[in-house]
Design a protein around this ligand. Structure first.
Ligand SMILES: [Zn+2]
Length: 123
């Protein structure tokens, strides 16, 4: 003997006259459920990523992964900036040293030229 279906929402017995899912809702509750689902669908269409992430653990996990990657990338950028500053400071020192050495070389070449001229006069 078949028991009449009981609505999953209002728990009233209902008939199958309307051709709705006989295992879930009565006619009134089915309409209410459709309305609720349409409202929820409209919300999903307009929610931003945060509202979706709050309701969907997969999206939240995906966002966390990208946040972790961003944090890691920002740390790497900071490290590279520090390395660049150190390299620029060393380059500045090297340029000063090069300028000093070029001056020394010019003086040495000049002195060598003078020595050569003196040698030629004495010969
Ligand atoms: Zn119902």
């Amino acid at each position: 003997m078949n028991e009449p279906p009981v609505c999953a929402r209002c728990e009233e017995e209902y008939s199958l006259d309307f051709g709705l899912d006989p295992t879930r809702y009565c006619h009134e509750c089915a309409h209410a459920k459709v309305y609720e689902l349409e409202e929820e669908l409209n919300q999903w269409k307009t929610w931003g990523i945060v509202e979706i992430a709050v309701r969907n653990p997969n999206v939240a996990s995906y966002m966390q992964e990208w946040e972790d990657r961003t944090t890691k990338a920002e740390a790497e950028v900071e490290r590279l900036k520090n390395d660049l500053e150190k390299t620029e400071a060393l380059l500045h020192i090297a340029n000063e040293e090069r300028t000093k050495l070029r001056g020394n070389l010019a003086m040495a070449e000049y002195a060598l030229g003078l020595k050569q001229k003196i040698k030629e006069k004495n010969v």
